[in-house]
Design a protein around this ligand. Sequence first.
Ligand code: NCD
Length: 331
Amino acid sequence: MQRHLISAADLTRDDAIRILDTAEEMSRVADRPIKKLPTLRGRTIVNLFFEDSTRTRISFEAAEKRLSADVINFSAKGSSVSKGESLKDTAQTLEAMGVDAVVIRHGASGAPYRLANSGWIDAAVVNAGDGTHQHPTQALLDAFTMRRRLVGRDAGLGQDLDGRRITIVGDILHSRVARSNVDLLHTLGAEVTLVAPPTLLPVGIESWPCEISYDLDATLPKSDAVMMLRVQRERMNAAFFPTEREYSRRYGLDGERMARMPEHSIVMHPGPMVRGMEITAEVADSDRCTAIEQVANGVSIRMAVLYLLLGGAVFETKNVPDTLQTRTEEK
Ligand code: NCD
C-alpha cells in the first residue's frame, strides 16, 4: 500500500493501468459544460514549486480545481525560501495549515522522497519533477497519449503498450522525463530505444531496460512514437556538444526525417520546445505532433492520480522500501 507518488519505477503494471483507465474516465469531465467533480471537496492541496514550470504547474492546478479541492499555490520565488528557509521549515508550515497533499517540484533529486519519508508532514506527496531524477505524472500522461494514439481510445481500456516501439531522443543525461518514461514504458511492455550523443547519456545506462543508438535515421523507420527532449542548458556546466547547429543536424527532428517514420507513428514532446534546436517548427506544428494533446491529457492523468491517492483507493506497489509504506499503517 502506498500513498505517495515519487517514482514511475514504484508503479506496478496494475497500478499504471488503473491510473490510465481512471484518467480516461476523468477526461470525460473535460467534455462537459461544467468541468467539475465534487470528489475532493474540503481537501486542501498545496502546489510547492521550487523550480520553474508552465505546463506541470497549471495542469496540477486545473486537475485539483476540477476535483473541487482547495488549492494553495506556493512558488519559491517571492517566498521565505529566498530568505534561506529550509524545506523542513517550509513543510512544517504547510503541515500546520492541515494540507492533505503536497505536489512538489524541486531542483534537488530526492527532495520529494525526503518530504514523504521525513515525518515532517502527514500529507500525501506527489513528485512533479525532482532534479534529473523522476517526473512520474509526465511518464503517465505520455503513456496515456501513446495508448490512445497507438492502441485506441476505448479499445485501450485495461491494455498496456505491449510491443510498441518508442524512441526517446536528446538530452537523456539531464532528463527526469526520460528516466520516468523508460521505467514506466518497460513496466507497460513497450520496447524503448534511447538516441543521444554519447556525452548526453548517463553513466550506468547499460543497466537501464532499453536499447541505445547513436543513429537517429536508422531508428526512425522502426518507431511507433518518437519523443524529442529539450537540451537542458540550465543543468549543464560544460560543453556537451560542439555547436547547436551540429546537434540539430544529427539529433534534431525536421520534416525530411519525420517522413522516414511509419505513417501511423507520432512525434511527442513534453515541452517546453526549443523550435529550431531539437524540433523544427514544421514538425512541431504538424498533425503528427502530440505536444498539445499531451498537455490536455496531463490534466486527466493528474486528476486520476490525486483521486486515487486522496480518494481512498491505494496503489499496490513493487520494490517500495519500508519507509514508503503508508503512515496510516503505523497509527
Ligand atoms: C520537462 C521537465 O520539467 O522536466 N517539462 C515538463 O515537465 N513538461 C522537460 C523540460 O523541462 O525540458
